[in-house]
Design a binder for this molecule. Structure first.
Ligand code: ATP
Length: 297
């Protein structure tokens, strides 16, 4: 299975509910940074990691891929005796939903492995129970997410958007960034989130300059307070010609929308030379969600 990461081109966050969750209004776009998830027979449920982030991948039940395998096994009456290998390119704790991506890939891989034929709606429901971002990672493309981000409507887009991602070796905790956001807004905050129709228009027209001006993330202020360097990175990207700059999800990854491939190459060089970031990735979106790339048993 190959599964991409995501960026939220718009992320509106409502007040904290009693349940602890926040109502979201977000536009997800999947981008061409991929994890590869392979499922094979084993004597028990096991996870191993490959790739440059291998040592940071949890190999126990805290891994969302583990929980996904158990869900599918239960649904089709199998013992979850499989080995899940995760070859990771999506940075960890980076606001690109890498764990959710692996969970989505594992749902589809296990369904295929056990020939379960689970209907798509049931896979979607399983995805929601694993986490708010998991349903989108199953579908990919571009979608509006409301509720906890798990109630999806596909969005029309034209052409390809070019992105540059600045990444950092040290992640940020999603839970702490939400908490900081609540604290900064105060307990009387009650505005419900909404996505401006201009954002949908810019996506439908493939209008990168317009979209660049409309990028928005309600978690960004808290991410910058938690790591002030992110403010400097975003500013540096804009000064170097990006059409728009945003913290991806709960951060710390910074996403820059650029005009075309050659602007992307220029920005990669600028960001690397700045010494402000640990790595830089050039990619594009939207791309397909979790896909089987080969099967053998
Ligand atoms: P999100 O934006 O969905 O909250 P994220 O992209 O910021 O998440 P992830 O890479 O999904 O971050 O990892 C967040 C935490 O989840 C990690 O610190 C890790 O302990 C845990 N985790 C669970 N499953 C995985 C997985 N398959 N890959 C990486 N981390 C995972």
């Amino acid at each position: 299975m190959r599964v991409p990461g995501k960026v939220n081109v718009y992320l509106g966050v409502g007040p904290r509910e009693f349940s602890g969750f926040h109502e979201l209004a977000t536009i997800f776009q999947s981008v061409g940074v991929y994890d590869e998830v392979t499922v094979s027979a084993s004597d028990s449920l096991k996870i191993s990691g490959l790739g440059e982030f291998a040592d940071q991948i949890p190999t126990d039940a805290t891994n969302l891929a583990w929980q996904a395998a158990e869900l599918v096994a239960r649904a089709c009456g199998e013992e979850p005796n499989i080995h899940i290998q995760i070859d990771k390119s999506i940075p960890i704790a980076a606001g690109m939903a890498g764990g959710s991506a692996d969970a989505a890939a594992t749902l589809v891989a296990c369904d295929a492995f056990w020939n379960a034929g689970i209907p798509r709606e049931q896979l979607d429901a399983m995805a929601s129970t694993l986490g708010s971002d998991v349903p989108f990672m199953l579908h990919g493309g571009c979608a509006l997410g409301v509720g906890r981000g798990d109630v999806l409507s596909p969005i029309m887009t034209r052409g390809t958007f070019h992105w540059v991602f600045a990444t950092f070796a040290e992640g940020l905790s999603t839970a702490q960034i939400y908490e900081k956001t609540d604290e900064m807004r105060g307990f009387d905050f009650e505005d419900l989130p909404d996505v401006p129709t201009e954002v949908l228009g810019a996506l439908a027209r493939g209008d990168a300059p317009a979209l660049g001006n409309l990028l928005h993330n309600d978690l960004q202020a808290a991410a910058i307070i938690s790591r002030p360097q992110l403010g400097r990175v975003l500013e540096h990207g804009i000064d170097s010609g990006a059409l728009g700059a945003i913290v991806s999800g709960s951060g710390p990854t910074c996403a820059f929308l650029v005009r075309d491939e050659s602007s992307a190459i220029d920005l990669v060089v600028e960001l690397k030379a700045s010494g402000l970031v640990d790595d830089v990735i050039r990619t594009h979106g939207p791309v397909h969600g979790a896909r089987v790339i080969s099967t053998s048993r």
